[in-house]
Ligand binder design. Structure first.
Ligand SMILES: [Zn+2]
Length: 408
């Protein structure tokens, strides 16, 4: 009996110690039952609809023609990038600091669209919301950089479980939706690059509704300076970039501000027809004509076929392009009719994509019966604008999918 009592006391002491340790671990973390529940379930496929996409248009199967020709119009292919540009430039800026407005003003001066990652409980965020809302209206994207920007080296699994709570992940995207008119929050950015390689963190990020998460790899060893990615990252929840453009900051040993070395990387990506993806911290920049941040935009001021778009929109374009099908239809009275459709939720995937046609004698295009404009000059800087443009007999139609296209 005495042994049993001692054993019971030891068990009670262990339970009590575990309870106290657990309470200390969770103190201030905002961990909740949701944080445990999401570990046991697969994340949902964000923005994917069930049902029959063709029936939603609606198109009957009897209307679909074999091949890619509908009377006088031939469908060719989907352009790799929006507007059939050769290269894409995308830019991300991190942290809710007082330098965000001047950074956005500089971007607007050069027509560069960026994704602005903000931490929604870090001041001066309350003063930044009006400027961020204006940025949303001007084609920039607001992404989440958590609520409190918690960092720790080394980023152990215990730290990551505590820091990547639903409070931080879902809470911050709710804050952005509440404070701006942006209809969805597509993009996450890992504070200090911590925890970006952990599978359970990716799952929690997907559970919270994000489609893409940008990293900041190995800042301890300056690995974040030149990750040198030149296309889409195959790992969207641990997605890296081409290079930083910023002074030394944080725990890094080096910055990257040399105009020639920075622009040389843009030229390399441009030559290969890739994606030039650069990131900066607005608090580690110099602003004004001739200063390195503005001179870094010099390379894109040359007349050339590149598109500038926000980071989230670039990745959602990729998914929309992969998912969209185009079918030739019975032309009825028109010069050509096509169905363009996918199984993606248009409230999440809002992108237009560019489709290529040999349109013969057709002079107008009517998606779902409404005429769209022909564009003769320049490239769009929005990712959901609809228009078409011509190059000889080829028509590049930039249109949101899930439409019936009629050529007249
Ligand atoms: Zn940060």
């Amino acid at each position: 009996m005495k042994i049993l009592r001692i054993a019971a006391l030891i068990v009670c002491a262990m339970v009590l110690a575990g309870f106290i340790a657990g309470r200390e671990f969770a103190r201030g973390s905002h961990l909740s039952l949701v944080d445990f529940a999401v570990l046991l379930t697969n994340p949902p496929a964000v923005g994917v609809l069930g049902g029959d996409s063709l029936a939603r248009l609606p198109v009957a199967s009897a209307e679909i023609l074999p091949g890619s020709v509908s009377r006088a119009v031939r469908y060719q292919e989907k352009s790799q990038y929006l507007n059939h540009t050769r290269t894409v430039v995308t830019h991300t800026i991190d942290d809710a600091t007082q330098y965000v407005p001047v950074c956005l003003d500089t971007l607007d001066k050069y027509g560069v669209k960026a994704t602005v990652f903000v931490s929604t409980e870090v001041q001066p965020i309350s003063q930044l919301w009006p400027r961020l809302e204006r940025a949303v209206g001007n084609g920039h994207e607001i992404g989440s950089h958590s609520r409190r920007h918690q960092c720790h080296w080394p980023d152990t699994a215990m730290f990551c479980f505590r820091a990547y709570s639903d409070y931080e992940l879902s809470g911050s995207r709710g804050d952005i939706l509440r404070h701006t008119t942006q209809p969805y929050v597509w993009s996450w950015c890992y504070p200090c690059g911590n925890c970006a390689a952990l599978d359970f963190v990716h799952r929690k990020t997907a559970h919270a509704g994000y489609l893409i998460a940008r990293n900041y790899p190995d800042e301890v060893h300056d690995g974040h300076v030149l990750p040198y990615l030149q296309t889409y990252d195959a790992h969207p929840y641990n997605a890296t970039y081409t290079q930083v453009v910023q002074k030394m900051g944080g725990i890094a040993q080096n910055g990257r501000t040399g105009v020639s070395e920075v622009n040389a990387k843009f030229d390399e990506v441009y030559q290969r027809g890739g994606i030039y993806n650069f990131m900066s911290h607005p608090q580690w920049l110099d602003y004004g004509p001739g200063k390195f941040y503005e001179t870094a935009f010099g390379a894109y001021s040359r007349p050339s076929g590149y598109l500038v778009c926000a980071h989230g929109a670039l990745y959602t374009y990729h998914t929309v392009r992969e998912s969209t099908l185009v079918r030739a239809l019975d032309p009825k009275q028109s010069k050509g009719r096509f169905a363009t459709y996918n199984n993606l939720d248009p409230h999440v995937y809002m992108n237009a994509i560019t489709l290529e046609f040999d349109a013969g004698p057709a002079t107008g295009i009517f998606p779902n019966g409404r005429a769209i404009n022909e564009r003769s000059l320049g490239v769009t800087d929005r990712w959901n604008e609809e228009y078409f443009r011509r190059e000889d007999a080829r028509i590049y139609l930039t249109v949101r999918p899930n439409r019936i296209l009629e050529f007249r």
